[in-house]
Design a protein around this ligand. Structure first.
Ligand code: GAP
Length: 555
């Protein structure tokens, strides 16, 4: 299956079966915003619930979790979407949460600097001579330069040779806009300068664009009342660190977790729900003693990676990647990304699902003392020209007092930060399968099925009467009601041939289908069919709810 068509098929299934719709679609859609339909909302809720369950509710189900340096506690919070503007000054988002972008001076289109590529036709010489350059936005499969433009570039080699009386060969290479800018000199002719990918107009020099959505508080609000929609949930945990400590009996080490919406004004949202402007995060801040932080960092990297594999991402498409030192965030002393090879990416490319970061004491200290910067290897309060803190902190004591050792210190923090939308998309992509199965007449038909882990499947079980008579619909409806009463998401379907009903459920990833047939009416047994193995087994009706419940809650 070609990579491109695989993603197209997933996107089309998402729309057709009600997983994901474009936001405000009847008005032409709104770029970077998505709505989850009936099945998508269930799927995403199951992802969120699985995360909260595994991270908070039953984080230490078996005592000290395997691999953990010690036991620990975990609590959840729910903080507001709009927080005091000073939060973002001390967190670094106000100054540093930027992407570089370029604008077109003619059509006013705006592009994220690192999303623009330049196709360069150059001679095969040392050093090469640039003959033609076309600026373009690569599509999801890395292509995107039109056939006409490619032809024009090929002609430039012919024209060059004719003008110079040479016969050099040309080669077409693609470079990032950043790298192309580095090759430009004062004598570069205007037609070789980067152009607007939309209209060919002149581009501005790259400049910083803050990704936070700004809003105004109060009806009469002015610039002083500007506030921001949170770009991450993490700061809610830091600013409530003392509140949580004072209102609970928590002792280090412990984690504070939260699931909620975040907003980033992405310059070029793309790749379906992967890069959106409104999305949901599942973040946990784990507070521990500084001398134990490296061991906890290792523990959370391993535990978070296994979360994805336990929930069904078993292919080679998942990997853990350590950040190089020049890639680390301003606060981080170590970060590893859990990444997935989404089908919209080129072969060998991966997209981030979750970052596991060792944040040191940056956040608590910044919120207490004022925004920190790294200077000569250590973190110090950033000052302005007069030597005053550039962004003042709260002035509150955000240290931890260890009543055993009588020490007072800032805990270090390990942060596993996952995206609920990206994770949901990865589970969808991983689950998408096609195979060939015989229909009722024995003819091979293509079957599309989503092999979701039973915990994540939006519908856990479907109940069918084989035919619409002889008491079978009533019997099947009774089983359906039992599942509903047990709180297990079930569907009842008596329309169309049984094969078609199976296929409808396979396509939405329902792990189990139960059929009520003639034998059921005699001995109160039913057929239970497994979506992946297609095996059918006969079970007494009184056992089916427990059978399914066990499998859809197992973790
Ligand atoms: N508190 C740290 C933090 O926010 P991040 O890597 O910027 O780290 C964490 O975000 C996760 O949030 C990412 O791994 C990704 O899954 C998700 N995420 C970030 N930006 C996103 C976007 N524009 N659209 C969808 N998900 C996004």
């Amino acid at each position: 299956m070609a990579t491109e068509s695989r993603m197209e098929k997933i996107v089309s299934l998402c729309k057709r079966r009600g997983f994901v719709f474009q936001s405000s679609e009847i008005y032409g859609g709104l770029n970077g915003f998505w709505d989850y339909g009936p099945l998508g909302a269930e799927l995403k809720r199951n992802v969120r619930d699985a995360w909260y369950h595994d991270m908070v509710t039953r984080h230490d189900d078996l005592g000290v979790p395997a691999g953990a340096p010690s036991s620990f506690q975990m609590v959840g919070i729910e903080s507001s979407l709009i927080m005091h503007p000073q939060v973002w000054k001390c967190s670094g988002h106000f100054d540093l949460f930027c992407d570089k972008m370029v604008d077109c001076k003619a059509c006013k289109s705006r592009f994220r600097f690192d999303h623009v590529s330049v196709a360069v036709m150059q001679t095969r010489e040392t050093p090469p001579v640039v003959l033609a350059a076309e600026t373009y936005i690569p599509d999801d499969s890395g292509g995107g330069l039109s056939a006409t433009k490619t032809k024009k570039m090929e002609q430039s080699v012919f024209q060059h040779n004719r003008a110079k009386g040479t016969s050099v060969e040309g080669e077409l290479v693609t470079v990032s806009l950043d790298n192309y800018y580095k090759r430009l000199t004062d004598s570069t002719p205007a037609d070789l300068k980067p152009k607007c990918p939309s209209c060919g107009g002149e581009l501005t020099a790259p400049r910083d664009f803050n990704l936070m959505f700004k809003t105004t508080l109060g009806a009469l609000g002015g610039e002083d009342d500007a506030a921001f929609l949170r770009p991450e949930t993490a700061q809610g945990m830091f600013v409530n660190f003392k509140n949580v400590l004072d209102s609970t009996r928590l002792k280090l080490p412990f984690g504070i977790a939260q699931v909620g919406k975040s907003f980033r004004n992405e310059i070029t949202p793309r790749n379906f729900t992967f890069r959106s402007r409104e999305f949901e995060q599942m973040e946990m801040e784990f507070f521990c003693r500084p001398d134990q932080s490296r061991a906890w960092y290792q523990y959370w990297r391993d535990r978070r990676f296994s979360w994805y594999t336990r929930l069904g991402i078993v292919s080679d498409s998942l990997r853990m990647r350590d950040h190089a030192s020049d890639e680390l965030s301003h606060y981080s002393v170590g970060t590893a990304d859990i990444e997935y090879a989404f089908p919209f990416l080129d072969k060998g490319e991966y997209g981030e699902l979750e970052g596991v970061a060792h944040r040191g004491d940056f956040d608590l200290r910044s919120h207490a003392e004022g925004k920190l910067v790294r200077k000569d290897g250590s973190l110090v309060v950033e000052t302005d020209a007069d030597g005053k803190p550039k962004h003042r902190g709260s002035g509150k004591d955000l240290q931890y007092f260890d009543d055993q050792t009588r020490e007072r210190f800032y805990p270090h923090v390990i942060e596993p930060a996952a995206g609920a939308d990206r994770t949901t998309l990865a589970f969808l992509c991983e689950a998408y399968h096609e195979d060939q199965q015989p229909d009722e007449k024995g003819e091979m038909q293509e079957r599309v099925y989503l092999s979701f882990h039973p915990r994540l499947a939006p519908v856990k079980v479907a109940i069918f009467p084989l035919i619409k008579k002889e008491g079978m619909p009533e019997k099947a409806a009774g089983i359906y009601r039992e599942f509903k009463e047990a709180g297990i998401a079930a569907q009842f379907d008596q329309q169309a041939a049984i094969g078609r009903r199976y296929r409808r459920q396979d396509e939405i990833g329902t792990p189990y289908c139960i059929t009520v047939d003639g034998d059921t009416m005699k001995d109160d047994t039913v057929t239970l069919r497994d979506r992946d193995s297609l095996k059918q087994e006969r079970l007494p009706i009184k056992e089916v709810v427990e059978y399914v419940r066990h499998r859809v809650t197992k973790w």
